[in-house]
Design a binder for this molecule. Structure first.
Ligand code: BES
Ligand code: MN
Ligand code: ZN
Length: 506
């Protein structure tokens, strides 16, 4: 998508489709809707006056109203998109509504749209342009990659229309950042969308390396021999059942003049297909387990964005990629595996109760390795448990943290990214359920609190290092299309991780 920003009255914009946002400014639910267009000039409001007065449009979130040949405008079509109540307005509403405008254009074959930046007291101008651009870029993605009747209906050009009075440098920076973040999120989504046969651990490693080359950051991809050399017994145990070699992907962003600390360690679960292994999953819905590398994809996408945004902070991205397969070589329930040793300590012994609890095994060694490479703060993202969806539903992903400051930074980042995470507990008393008699720890904790048990397992490996764990199992894939986003891979967590990283650079 080509993007440019114009500082001009919207009446002058020549376009197939001009999108302008509207809010309901009425004080409360009972009151009659009071529709107000958030444009810097009156031209769109004048063109839409009659139909708005008619009351058919309520300016609800993502509601649309189309006018052809709007009077007094050079645009061929005027699309009004609702942002909901003025009192509840946030940049995230703008993100969704900009996306709605793009997804309105796509099936109609409109290849070019203009979107007017909404102006309101509640909207920070730079963050608003940024959210608008992110929403537009994210909306352009569709997951029908392998359909032979695929109609490429991407919107090729976006004009962002900002008021002539705007702070031009801030608006331009917002646009640039929004495009970078949106494209990186789509990059992550495209990886997640790939089926297991077309995205093996090796291929995921190649994609990451290619991306790192393109954006000038360091990347190493290790396979079985080096993983064995590093004594990553937990990671290796997951890989041993598959004929596909694993990939330990290490991406390093180290800007010139970055301070020695903090060093941020990103660790992603990269299971390119999860059959469950010997504790095999039922066939129903198993095809969806191609998205079990979504946490890894979020980290690769985050590194892609960071490489371009260039915050002055060192970031190490690690993805532990493997297939979880049953075979004569696969690990078995009851097996004991020795995780990667931390400096000066023996590796922790893990009793494998269920081979389908493989994500925590690969992440355990990924976390230890990130610390060995110098990470002072850790964040991991993983489609780790079905249980997190049982606990929180599909709207909030799970977040766990062993450090309040680090958690607070992430919580603040969410206000900018517009994503939703809900914190779950990690009190030490939960550890009892993962005690083993034969080993230090076991890889499952029984029937209750599955998302917490998995997080407690990881906590053993984060140890004293400030750490955040994101369980995105229920949000990384959406069976339903949204007005602003296609169904399929969502790219969840990437935007928030990018924002969390940037918070260390201020
Ligand atoms: N990849 C799955 C979790 C998952 C399930 C993600 C459904 C997305 C949708 C993970 O490896 C897994 O199998 N977890 C088990 C853990 C259990 C064996 C303790 C689960 O959630 O059932
Ligand atoms: Mn599994
Ligand atoms: Zn899994």
């Amino acid at each position: 998508m080509n993007t440019k920003i114009l500082f001009a009255p919207s009446s002058n914009v020549e376009t197939e489709l001009l999108a302008v946002f509207a809010v309901d400014a009425s004080a409360n639910k009972a009151a009659k809707p009071e529709i107000r267009l958030l444009a810097s000039d009156e031209s769109a409001a004048r063109a839409a006056q009659t139909v708005l007065d008619g009351g058919e449009f309520k300016a609800e979130s993502c509601e649309t109203l189309l006018l052809h040949s709007p009077a007094g405008l050079k645009a061929k079509r005027l699309l009004i998109v609702g942002l909901g109540k003025l009192a509840k307005l946030t940049p995230h509403e703008v993100r969704k509504s900009a996306g709605t405008a793009v997804r309105f254009a796509k099936p109609r074959g409109l290849r070019e749209v203009a979107i007017a930046v909404p102006v309101a007291e509640a909207l920070d101008p730079k963050l608003t342009v940024r959210a608008l651009a992110e929403g537009a870029v994210i909306a352009d993605y569709d997951s029908d990659t392998y359909r032979s009747d695929r109609k490429d209906r991407s919107v090729q050009s976006l004009q962002v229309i900002a008021p002539p009075s705007a702070d031009q440098a801030a608006a331009e920076a917002g646009l640039r950042e929004g495009v970078i973040v949106g494209e990186s999120q789509n990059f992550a989504r495209a990886l997640v969308n790939e089926p297991g046969n077309r995205l093996t651990p090796t291929i995921l490693g190649e994609r990451a390396a290619e991306m790192c080359r393109e954006f000038g950051i360091e990347c190493k991809v290790h396979s079985t021999d080096q993983i064995r050399e590093l004594k990553m017994g937990a990671f290796l145990s997951v890989t041993q059942g598959s004929d596909e070699p694993p990939a330990l992907i290490v991406m390093i962003y180290e800007p010139k003049g970055a301070p020695a600390g903090p060093v941020l360690g990103l660790v992603g679960k990269g299971i390119t297909f999860d059959t469950g292994g010997i504790s095999i999953k039922p066939s129903d819905n198993m095809e969806k387990m191609k998205y079990d590398m979504a946490g890894g994809a979020a980290m690769i996408g985050a590194m892609r964005a960071i490489a371009q945004l260039q915050p002055p902070v060192k970031v190490i991205g690690i993805v532990c990629a493997a297939e979880n397969m049953p075979s004569g070589k696969a690990q078995k329930p009851g097996d004991v595996q020795i995780a990667m040793p931390a400096p000066g300590k023996p590796g922790k012994a893990i009793e494998i109760i269920n081979t389908d609890a493989e994500g925590r095994l690969v992440l355990a060694d990924g976390l230890t390795y990130a610390k060995q490479l110098g990470a002072t703060h850790l964040i991991d993202a993983a489609t780790l448990t079905a249980a997190v969806g049982v606990a929180l539903g599909l709207l909030n992903a799970g977040i766990f943290a062993n450090d309040e400051d680090t958690y607070q930074r992430f919580s603040d980042a969410l206000k900018i990214s517009g994503e939703r995470f809900w914190r779950l507990p990690l009190d030490d008393d939960y550890r009892d359920v993962i005690k083993s008699t034969i080993a230090d720890i076991k890889n499952t904790g029984g029937r209750y609190g599955g998302a917490i048990n998995a997080a407690m397992f990881l906590k053993e490996f984060a140890e004293e290092t400030p750490w955040i764990h994101l369980d995105i199992a229920a949000v990384a894939w959406s069976d339903e299309a949204k007005p602003w986003m296609a169904s399929g891979p969502t790219g969840a967590a990437m935007r928030s991780i990018v924002e969390w990283i940037r918070s260390f650079a201020q």
